[in-house]
Design a protein around this ligand. Structure first.
Ligand code: NAP
Length: 280
């Protein structure tokens, strides 16, 4: 019988995950099917119980359920617990176990393209929302020591740094202070929703004086090149968009469910094709 997987969210129609995972099942000859489930917040608890009852093997979790799902699971992995968000749920011995592959997916994508050793670099993370927390804690857990966080609401960034369970020199700045100190960062990671379609002309901070050879990464992938990345490219920086992060978080979830690590290049191609007609 086909093994059933899926993603829960509200809204969910836009999700690229079904096509990405279903193509990986086909490529690996796994008899599985991945379905998008539109679940409203009030129905979350019933949905989690129902999915267990009908034999779902595992699922992804997206906005707005990543935090609300935690008390509804049987177990939560320590990194996901520290981040305070779950994006992947696996059925293990009839129990729902929650993981977070967003941060791991991001760092894997970054390491693949960063032309150096990350651990000694000075990193600026712009934003202090769910994705920023996943990335910040994962970088810290992998030994990156100097991480500055800049956010519109610096208090949120302070809480994020204070609650980090890993050893890290975390500094908090306003967005203006980040602009003023821009020349000191080797890696700049943009995690806010600023610049995402349809607001493609917005930019979270002005890029006046990037360090030469700086690496600027934006986790947005719609559009594939945000205004921030365009400006960074003009100044000669290395740039990376959020597509690889999306693909790697999915690939890591797929591996947890099936034991197989899928072909990420093929997955990336499929998502890129899907995005083709609607990058703006
Ligand atoms: P979130 O938890 O809602 O956090 C949003 C962040 O953006 C906060 O830091 C918020 O600042 C900031 N922000 C929002 N509007 C702003 C504005 N007008 N001016 C300044 N700052 C603003 O969202 P999230 O889940 O972290 O997602 C953030 C982005 O990452 C989204 O675009 C999402 O699509 C993308 N994402 C990509 C991937 C991927 O796989 N590539 C994965 C996850 C998320 P305050 O704290 O001041 O409100």
């Amino acid at each position: 019988m086909k093994k059933l997987f899926g993603v829960i969210g509200d809204p969910i129609a836009h999700s690229m995950s079904p096509v990405m995972h279903n193509s990986a099942f086909a490529a690996l000859g796994v008899d599985g099917y991945y379905h998008p489930f539109h679940i409203k917040p009030d129905d979350l608890a019933d949905a989690i119980k129902g999915m267990k009852a009908i034999g779902v093997e595992g699922f992804n979790v997206t906005i707005p359920h990543k935090t609300a799902i935690i008390p509804l699971l049987d177990k939560v992995d320590p990194l996901a617990k520290a981040i305070g968000a779950v994006n992947t749920v696996v059925r293990e011995n009839h129990q729902w176990v929650g993981y977070n592959t967003d941060g791991l997916g991001y760092v894997r994508a970054l390491r693949e393209e960063y032309p150096g050793t990350l651990e000694d670099q000075h990193v600026l993370v712009i934003g202090a929302g769910g994705a920023a927390r996943a990335i910040f804690y994962t970088l810290a857990s992998e030994g990156v020591k100097r991480i500055t966080i800049a956010n519109r609401t610096p208090e949120k960034a302070k809480v994020m740094v204070e609650n980090c369970p890993y050893l890290v020199e975390g500094t908090v700045l306003s967005l203006t202070e980040a602009e003023e100190t821009l020349g000191t960062y080797d890696v700049i990671i943009q995690t806010t929703s600023i610049g995402m379609a349809p607001q493609t002309e917005e930019i979270p901070i002005a890029l006046h004086s990037l360090k030469s050879m700086a690496f600027v990464s934006d986790i947005i992938y719609n559009p594939l090149e945000t205004k921030l990345l365009k400006e960074a490219k003009k100044q000669g920086a290395y740039t990376q968009n959020g597509l690889k992060m999306f693909v790697y978080q999915g690939a890591l979830a797929f591996e947890k469910w099936t034991g197989f690590f899928p072909d990420v290049q093929k997955m990336e191609k499929i998502v890129l094709q899907q995005l083709g007609g609607k990058t703006c």
